[in-house]
Write a protein that binds this ligand. Structure first.
Ligand code: SF4
Ligand code: SF4
Length: 577
C-alpha cells in the first residue's frame, strides 16, 4: 500500500500546529476513526465533533483518531499517488480502523461521505463489507432525522445526541467481539442498544404505486428506535477540545445550551433536540477559564443563545476575564442590553436576526414568536452599542405564503432600514433569503416544497421591490441546491441508489442525472404532500415528540394558531413524559 510522504508530512505538520489532541500508544485499544465528511476547516469548526472525539478518547478501551475530506489539491495527490485516506493523529489508513464513525451535519456532505469511504478503501455498500472491513456508523443531526438515503452505506446509525449512546455502543461492540461474534451478530446485538439503528435489519416494502407501505423489522430488531438525549449537559464537555487556528471563525467554542423550546414549526433542531437544557453558569465559567490560555475569541453556541437564563452573567464574566465573545445570532425577543453591549465591546460588527417571514400571518404560520417591535428593540440595543450592520434571515415558499406575504418581506425590510437610517445613515441591512425545506419530524413534514417557478418569481418580486433601497443587500440561495438538499432530507432508501450512482458520475453535480438514471423523480420527494396516514421513510425512528402532536401543530399552522414555548411541568408533546 503506497503511503505518500508528502501527504503524511502535511498531516503531521497540521497536527503539530494543534493543541489538545489525543495520541494513545498502540495496542489494547479499539481503533475508532472519527470522520467529518468535509474539510478540516469545516470539521474542526463543529463542536459536536470535538465532544465525541473527547468522549471516545476518555475511554480506556478506545483510541479515536480524526479523518477529514482532503482539500481538492490534496485529494488529487491521494489519487495520483494511490495513497489511502490517512488519519490526522498517526497517519494510518482508514481501512485499518475497527469502527469508522461519520458526523453528518449537512445533507450536501452525503456525497463526501462516499468519497471518503472510497478514498479510505472501505467498500461503499454495507452489504459488500465482510469480517475484515470496519463497521461504518454515522451520527449527527442529518443521521438523526432521516438516515434512510445513507442506509445502503452505513452499518449502524446513532440516533439523537451521541455522548451517551456512543459509549454504550462501544461497550456492546466490545462484549460482542469478546464473545467472538460475527459481523452480522455484532450488528444484531448493537441494534438492541437504545439509540442504535441498524438499517439492514429493516425491510422497506413499497406498494404497486411505489409508495412506502410498511417498514418491517427483521428478527428481533425493535419496531422503533428511540432517539437519545443527554439529561444533564454538565456531565459532558462543553467546549473546543482540539485547538487550532484553522477553523471557520478562529474561535474557542462553548456550548451554553442544547435543544430549544420555542416551537418554530419549520425547525428540525427545535423538534429533534428537545427538550431545552442549559449548562450551569459554573460549568460555563470553567470553560471560559480553560479558553483563556489560548487567547481566542469565545464563540457561544446553542439553539437560542439569548434564552439562557444566565446569559448576562456569562457575558460579563467573559469581558471581566479580558476576553472577547461572539454569537451566530440571537432571538430578538430575548436579547438583553448586556449581551449586545458585550458583543459590541468584543468587536462584533453585525447583528443577525431571524424573523423568517415578513407578515404577521406568516409569523403565525411558522410560530416564530418574533414581532416587529422585537426587531426594532434589538436594533435599538445594537445602535446604542455602536453596531451599524444588520442581517435578517428570511424564508420564502413557506406553507400558505402568497404574493402579499412576499411583499410584506420587502415592506418590513423598508421599515427596518428607515429606522436604522434615522439613527445612522451608514447603517446597512442584509437579507439572507433561503427557500423553505419541509424537514422530517417537524409539523411541516407533511407539506410539499414550493416549486421552482414560485420560488424564482418570489425572489424576483422581492429583488425588484428592494432594488431602489440604498444600503439593502439581498443574498439568495439558488433553488437548485435547496432541491437537492430537500430530496436528501426527505428521501427514502431508494434515494441511496441515486447517491451511489451520482458518486460514480462525479458527485453532487451529477445527482439529478443519477436520480433520473435510477428511475426516481425529484418531484416525488419534494413536491408531494403526505397524508396523515402515509408511512414516512423516517417512521422507524421515535424522536420523543408524538406524531399526533406534530400533526395537530400542522393543523394549528393552517388555522394560524400560535403555540406557547416549553415550560416547567408541561407534558404536551411526549418528550417530558
Ligand atoms: S428559536 Fe425557533 S428557529 Fe431558533 S432554534 Fe429555537 S425552534 Fe429553532
Ligand atoms: S413536553 Fe412540553 S416542555 Fe417537554 S419538550 Fe414537550 S413541549 Fe417542551
Amino acid at each position: 500500500m503506497a503511503l505518500n510522504w508528502k501527504l503524511k508530512e502535511a498531516l503531521a505538520a497540521r497536527l503539530a500546529r494543534e493543541k489538545g489532541y489525543y495520541l494513545h500508544s498502540a495496542g489494547g485499544r479499539t481503533r475508532f476513526a472519527l470522520a467529518y465528511p468535509n474539510s478540516y476547516f469545516v470539521g474542526m469548526s463543529n463542536l459536536g465533533f470535538h465532544i465525541i472525539y473527547d468522549v471516545l478518547n476518555r475511554r480506556t478501551d478506545t483510541a479515536c483518531e480524526r479523518f477529514f475530506l482532503p482539500e481538492r489539491r490534496e485529494f488529487e495527490e491521494y489519487v495520483r499517488t494511490r495513497t489511502p485516506l490517512l488519519s490526522m493523529e498517526t497517519q494510518t489508513p482508514l481501512s485499518e480502523f475497527a469502527v469508522v464513525g461519520f458526523a453528518v451535519s449537512f445533507e450536501m456532505d452525503y456525497f463526501h461521505l462516499l468519497d471518503m469511504l472510497e478514498a479510505g478503501r472501505v467498500p461503499l455498500l454495507a452489504a459488500e463489507r465482510d469480517e475484515r472491513t470496519p463497521l461504518v456508523i454515522a451520527g449527527g443531526p442529518c443521521a438523526t432525522f432521516n438516515p434512510e438515503p445513507l442506509s445502503p452505506f452505513v452499518d449502524a446509525f446513532i440516533i439523537g445526541e451521541g455522548e451517551e449512546t456512543v459509549g454504550r455502543f462501544m461497550d456492546a461492540y466490545h462484549a460482542a467481539k469478546d464473545d467472538g461474534a460475527s459481523r452480522a451478530e455484532i450488528l444484531r446485538l448493537l441494534s438492541r442498544v437504545p439509540g442504535v439503528y441498524v438499517p439492514s435489519l429493516y425491510e422497506h416494502i413499497y406498494n404497486d404505486s411505489g409508495e412506502l407501505d410498511v417498514i418491517r423489522p427483521i428478527g428481533d430488531a425493535p419496531a422503533q428506535v428511540e432517539r437519545q438525549w443527554v439529561k444533564n449537559l454538565d456531565d459532558y464537555p462543553a467546549h473546543t477540545v482540539v485547538v487550532t487556528d484553522e477553523t471557520e471563525f478562529d474561535m474557542y467554542l462553548i456550548e451554553t445550551a442544547r435543544g430549544c423550546g420555542r416551537h418554530c414549526r419549520f425547525c428540525m433542531a427545535g423538534y429533534c433536540f428537545r427538550k431545552p437544557r442549559n449548562r450551569s453558569l459554573s460549568v460555563l465559567k470553567d470553560a471560559v477559564k480553560a479558553a483563556k490560555v489560548y487567547e481566542k475569541r469565545i464563540g457561544l453556541m446553542g439553539a437560542a443563545i439569548s434564552d439562557h437564563p444566565e446569559i448576562d452573567a456569562l457575558s460579563e464574566y467573559i469581558l471581566a476575564e479580558n476576553m472577547t465573545m461572539s454569537v451566530a445570532s440571537f432571538r430578538a425577543d430575548s436579547v438583553t442590553e448586556t449581551l449586545v453591549r458585550s458583543l459590541a465591546e468584543s468587536g462584533m460588527k453585525t447583528i443577525t436576526l431571524a424573523p423568517e417571514a415578513g407578515s404577521v400571518k406568516m409569523r403565525a404560520v411558522v410560530n416564530k414568536g418574533i414581532e416587529e417591535e422585537h426587531l426594532f428593540r434589538a436594533m435599538d440595543l445594537g445602535m446604542a452599542a455602536g453596531i451599524r450592520h444588520y442581517r435578517l434571515y428570511i424564508m420564502i415558499g413557506l406553507p400558505q405564503e402568497t404574493e402579499e406575504d412576499v411583499d410584506a418581506i420587502a415592506a418590513l425590510t423598508g421599515r427596518l432600514k428607515d429606522y436604522l437610517e434615522r439613527n445612522d445613515s451608514r447603517s446597512t441591512l442584509k437579507l439572507s433569503v433561503n427557500p423553505f425545506i419541509p424537514k422530517p419530524f417537524t409539523p411541516f413534514q407533511w407539506t410539499a416544497m414550493a416549486d421552482k417557478k414560485y420560488i424564482e418569481a418570489a425572489l424576483k418580486r422581492l429583488k425588484k421591490s428592494l432594488l431602489s433601497r440604498k444600503g439593502v443587500e439581498l443574498i439568495a440561495e439558488p433553488p437548485k441546491s435547496a432541491y437537492i438538499q430537500a430530496v436528501l432530507a426527505r428521501g427514502d432508501r431508494r434515494v441511496g441508489r441515486a447517491l451511489y450512482r451520482a458518486h460514480t458520475m462525479g458527485g453532487a453535480k451529477a445527482f439529478r442525472q443519477a436520480m433520473k438514471a435510477e428511475g426516481l423523480e425529484e418531484a416525488y420527494y419534494i413536491f408531494r404532500a403526505y397524508g396523515a396516514q402515509d408511512v414516512l421513510p423516517w417512521d422507524v425512528l421515535d424522536m420523543g415528540v408524538k406524531k399526533e402532536y406534530l400533526y395537530e401543530e400542522w393543523k394549528r399552522a393552517e388555522r394560524l394558531e400560535t403555540t406557547i414555548p416549553c415550560f416547567d411541568g408541561c407534558r404536551r408533546c411526549g418528550v417530558c413524559d
